[in-house]
Design a protein around this ligand. Structure first.
Ligand SMILES: Cc1cc2nc3c(=O)[nH]c(=O)nc-3n(C[C@H](O)[C@H](O)[C@H](O)COP(=O)(O)OP(=O)(O)OC[C@H]3O[C@@H](n4cnc5c(N)ncnc54)[C@H](O)[C@@H]3O)c2cc1C
Length: 361
């Protein structure tokens, strides 16, 4: 596609999915406009609150098999996409394929056994390669800051990404590619047009791609928000080389260290669309679980507490819904970084089919 023949595409929503889609569509030669209700530099959606884990195995215990397969597809896509971004922007993104580690205190070892059995049952023959039991020495070898644990499981085929940095670099790349960026511009979507909420201006396009997450409710009526809560803490005392999960009878804590010395911790998944601040109980549970991971967290500083909604549909599977002049992509739930690239590929396929164009990247 060149010049006047370029396909004019509006992408609504500049969160994770919207900006990845805008990037790949622009690379494919489309003339892309990206509309974001909040600020593109710091999007208001779930993508900014997220921990950035890419965990097909940890998620498999309570997710459909399709999530696992989309996760594997995304794991295969991320390194190439990141290499392209790094080459274009001259900036490194921290993407670690270091696996992840699951631990439990001795008194909760049955939780670890149960997790291992559940996962092994789903994985079948591949279980031996995908999950490796660890003793105290092996745990310390992988994560010296987990010296209090005697039993754990290593999941070598998991990854994590410095998600906020990734979002910023994709934004820089969109600017470089000449994508029209419309910050603080909430829109409604209809076939072949977006309607700017402020001023009610209607703008026509060849195609509208709706990636508004929870903001897409007027079109995707089966969407629901699932509340997630995280704390961001800072300490020089503890740094993990991979995501760490703590199995506990009441909550499953995850802790992900970031390159800036912060650690994102979360646990809760609440079937509620309440966006009010984190509760005292949740923050006490998160903090005490973190302290149980390593007492050196006691002096960590709490920099942020974030609450956001994961966009989900009843089967908890992400979807691409195609209509004339309008494609909706959504439902990434707790799997945005895990399944995002795979969903973008489905979206590009839908764009190709509806427009018969060669948007191929
Ligand atoms: C606490 C928490 C932790 C998480 N951790 C992980 C993790 O470790 N790994 C993982 O894979 N996933 C994780 N997730 C899930 C992941 O964040 C989501 O799946 C992902 O962000 C969904 O991407 P999205 O672009 O569809 O939606 P969002 O990221 O929510 O982005 C939607 C965007 O659309 C914009 N928008 C809304 N309405 C409009 C409108 N009318 N016009 C224009 N723009 C609009 C919003 O401002 C927002 O920027 C986590 C989520 C939460 C809440």
């Amino acid at each position: 596609m060149t010049g006047a023949n370029k396909l004019r595409i509006a992408v609504a929503g500049g969160g994770l999915l919207g900006r990845l889609a805008a990037w790949r569509l622009a690379l494919g030669g489309a003339d892309v406009s990206l509309f974001e209700a909040g600020e593109l530099r710091r999007p208001a959606g779930a993508c900014w609150a997220a921990a950035g884990m890419i965990s097909p195995l940890s998620e498999l215990v309570h997710s459909p098999m399709e999530i696992y397969h989309m996760g594997l597809q995304s794991l295969a896509l991320w390194p190439g996409w990141i290499a392209e971004l790094e080459q274009a922007t001259g900036t490194a993104v921290r993407y670690r394929r270091n696996g992840s580690i699951v631990v439990a205190h001795q008194r909760d070892s049955s939780q670890l056994d149960q997790f291992q059995q559940d996962l092994a049952a789903v994985l079948g023959d591949t279980a031996a390669a995908e999950l490796q039991p660890l003793n105290a020495e092996q745990i310390c070898g992988l994560e010296p800051d987990l010296q209090h644990f005697t039993g754990g499981i290593f999941l070598p085929n998991e990854a994590d990404i410095d998600n906020r940095h990734l979002l910023q670099l994709v934004l820089a790349e969109l600017q470089r590619l000449g994508v029209h960026l419309e910050d603080k511009t909430p829109v409604e979507c209809e076939p072949g047009a977006v309607l700017l909420r402020q001023g009610r201006e209607r703008r026509g396009f060849d195609l509208v791609v709706d990636c508004r997450g929870m903001g897409a409710r007027e079109l995707a009526r089966d969407l629901r928000g699932v509340r997630g809560e995280v704390l961001v803490v800072e300490t020089r005392e503890v740094c993990f080389g991979r995501p760490v999960r703590l199995m506990h009878p009441r909550y499953k804590l995850y802790a992900v260290s970031k390159p800036d010395g912060t650690t994102v911790i979360g646990a809760t998944e609440i079937e509620s669309e309440d966006l009010s601040p984190i509760s005292l109980r949740s923050s006490m549970e998160l903090c005490s679980a973190l302290y149980a991971l390593n007492p050196a967290f006691a002096e960590a500083r709490i920099l942020e507490s974030n609450v956001n909604l994961r966009p989900a549909v009843p089967d908890n599977l992400p979807f691409v819904r195609t209509g004339e002049g309008l494609i909706q992509a959504n439902g990434l739930f707790r799997h945005g970084y895990l399944c995002g690239p795979a969903l973008v590929c489905r979206l590009l396929e839908a764009v190709r089919e509806t427009t018969e164009s060669v948007v191929v990247q």
